[in-house]
Write a protein that binds this ligand. Structure first.
Ligand code: ZN
Length: 284
């Protein structure tokens, strides 16, 4: 199928109380794992690329893989640029065929975040490209943020309403206490903020820092309005672990295609389990 943007995908998910998995890909093999897992489960899916990955491979190369895999698949596929601060790269991805982009101006003061995010919406909308914008600071667990500091990074619900009214993003990423990376302890999720923001903005919410959250946390967040769940760290682990496990078990065999197949199987297994957990199976 041709690539689509996130608009219909996420509004259907929000109405149906499930979430679309957004998986950060690393190469052709991981992109193929995302598309095949979605196709087998008849689920909509989002191929997500970090700015770093786009820069590493080049936007045209990456888009070539995505288009070729999506065209051969019956799964509805969107391709989304994750956390991007660089307007030139956003423009490049829109021109290269990305159907969705995230502007992350969350480190800037509120008014500036609003202005820059709005600029991206104005750049993307005429091309039928959807936009995700962030408010508050979604931290990395490696940032070593203490509990009190953590609270000060969360999105303010009143500001969230103003932000969404003025920016009109297609997807909204308020900081609600989840973090990127591997959680060291029990994450402290501000469910009250999520609930208030989802109900008052009526914009589908993206849940960042999905790796390591319990099934219960996912279910609760999805029930409260998270229509997109981001999974990145888990794919990185499956990518490396798939390689290491195969090589340790066959340490005299130097057959790279078998290693690549083992990585593919490991990533696809993790992706399929997530799609099922988020309720996306059978929704395509
Ligand atoms: Zn994120």
């Amino acid at each position: 199928m041709p690539l689509e943007n996130m608009k219909a995908m996420l509004s259907k998910a929000a109405a149906g109380k499930y979430a679309v998995g957004a998986f950060n890909v690393l190469d052709y093999n991981s992109t193929k794992a995302v598309v095949q897992a979605a196709e087998e489960l008849r689920a909509p899916v989002i191929i997500q690329t970090s700015a770093k990955t786009v820069t590493f491979w080049g936007s045209r190369t990456l888009m070539g893989w995505v288009k070729e895999l999506a065209a051969r698949s019956r799964a509805p596929v969107a391709v989304h640029l994750d956390h991007c601060k660089d307007l030139a790269l956003i423009k490049e991805c829109i021109e290269a065929g990305w159907t969705s982009v995230m502007i992350d101006a969350s480190a800037k003061p509120f008014e500036e975040n609003l202005f820059v995010s709005r600029q991206v919406v104005e750049m993307a909308r005429p091309k039928d490209v959807t936009v995700e914008a962030e408010l508050g600071a979604i931290v990395g667990v490696e940032d070593d943020i203490h509990v009190k500091e953590q609270d000060s990074h969360l999105a303010d619900p009143a500001q969230a309403v103003e932000f969404c009214a003025k920016v009109q993003p297609d997807c909204f990423a308020p900081a609600i206490g989840t973090a990127h990376g591997i959680y060291k302890g029990e994450p402290k999720i501000a469910y009250h903020i999520l609930q208030e923001v989802a109900a008052s903005t009526r914009v589908p919410i993206a849940l960042h820092g999905g790796t390591g959250l319990s099934d219960e946390v996912f279910k609760r967040c999805i029930a409260l309005g998270c229509a997109k769940v981001n999974i990145s760290t888990q794919i990185k682990y499956a990518f490396i672990d798939g390689f290491v496990a195969y090589h340790s078990a066959h340490n005299t065999q130097y057959d790279p295609l078998k290693v690549i197949q083992a990585q593919f199987d490991e990533m696809k297994k993790a992706i399929a389990a997530d799609i099922q957990l988020f309720g996306g199976a059978g929704k395509a």
